[in-house]
Design a binder for this molecule. Structure first.
Ligand code: GLU
Length: 274
């Protein structure tokens, strides 16, 4: 695509979506960080590669899911083509580091908005809400929080899961501790391997993520669902213009039904009702 057409589309999109005013009718009045991406001709997005319906990489290396579609739509709103997005697979541990290092422009990867994280990165309005749950072996006997006493639960480094589980158990009168009940792993495949090997008795994270690890030998508990996780798109704290641009898009797409369509088109369950 020729650069001038990209910049023109960028101007039109920015005015329509975020209400940026063009005092001098030039691209110069658009946020510089958005212009820089359009000029580069490539939007760099950190996504999950193993979360069905959200961010999933197939054997040929292609990505699909609602977070993938969101990234493509954002690229189009910047005047780029949907296939001008370069996806990078991230984990709960790596996504913030990649953003800080400038390797990616944004993270759209089941990234829960928290007060602490908002001090480090910009987050948009939530586009989806999921609940945390547990994946256990079939016939594990685990049904309630009290069944976790004396057991070990695997959680991922850099995720909200550990604190969420300890707090939810506490609110049900059950004390779980980091030392006695939690084991931290660098990624989800290693937690699943530890569950299969009997090293942990439960795998705890958002239900959407767990559904990617469900197999014949395991079940996703419906009796333990807690701590609604609001997913937002994160950008580097200094990229204020980009953050405002993406926020405008998400607000518009929530209002006009686009987000709901992405949820249903990708076979994702409706957002968790708080
Ligand atoms: N959504 C949770 C978080 O942001 C779980 C971790 C993950 O997204 O991988 O901490």
């Amino acid at each position: 695509m020729h650069i001038t057409r990209k910049l023109m589309s960028l101007l039109v999109a920015a005015i329509a979506v975020t209400g940026f005013t063009l005092g001098s009718s030039s691209a110069a009045s658009l946020p510089e960080d958005v212009q820089a991406i359009a000029k580069r001709g490539e939007l760099r997005v950190g996504v999950k590669s193993d979360v069905p319906g959200f961010g999933m990489q197939d054997l040929s290396g292609d990505y699909e899911g609602m977070e993938i579609d969101l990234a493509k739509k954002i690229a189009e709103a910047m005047g780029l083509d949907a296939d001008d997005v370069r996806f990078t697979a991230v984990t709960a541990k790596t996504r913030g580091q990649l953003l800080d290092a400038g390797d990616i422009d944004m993270v759209i990867a089941t990234f829960t908005i928290t007060e602490d994280r908002k001090k480090i990165w910009n987050f948009t309005t939530p586009y989806y809400t999921d609940a945390v749950s547990l994946l256990v072996k079939k016939n594990s006997g685990i049904k309630n929080y009290s069944d976790l006493v004396g057991k070990r639960v695997g959680v991922a480094e850099g995720s909200t899961s550990k604190d969420a589980l300890i707090a939810a158990a506490k609110s049900h009168g059950v004390t779980l501790t980091d030392t006695d009940n939690i084991q931290t792993f660098p990624d989800y495949p290693s937690i699943k391997a530890a569950l299969d090997a009997g090293q942990v008795q439960a795998f705890c994270v958002d239900g959407s993520i767990l559904s990617g690890y469900l197999d014949g030998g395991t079940e996703l508990l419906t009796s333990i669902r807690f701590s609604p996780q609001d997913y937002g798109i994160a950008t580097k704290l200094s990229n204020k213009g980009l953050a405002e641009f993406v926020e405008g898009l998400i607000v518009q797409w929530k209002n006009d039904g686009t987000i709901n369509k992405l949820i249903s088109d990708n076979g994702v369950a409706p957002s968790f009702e708080k």
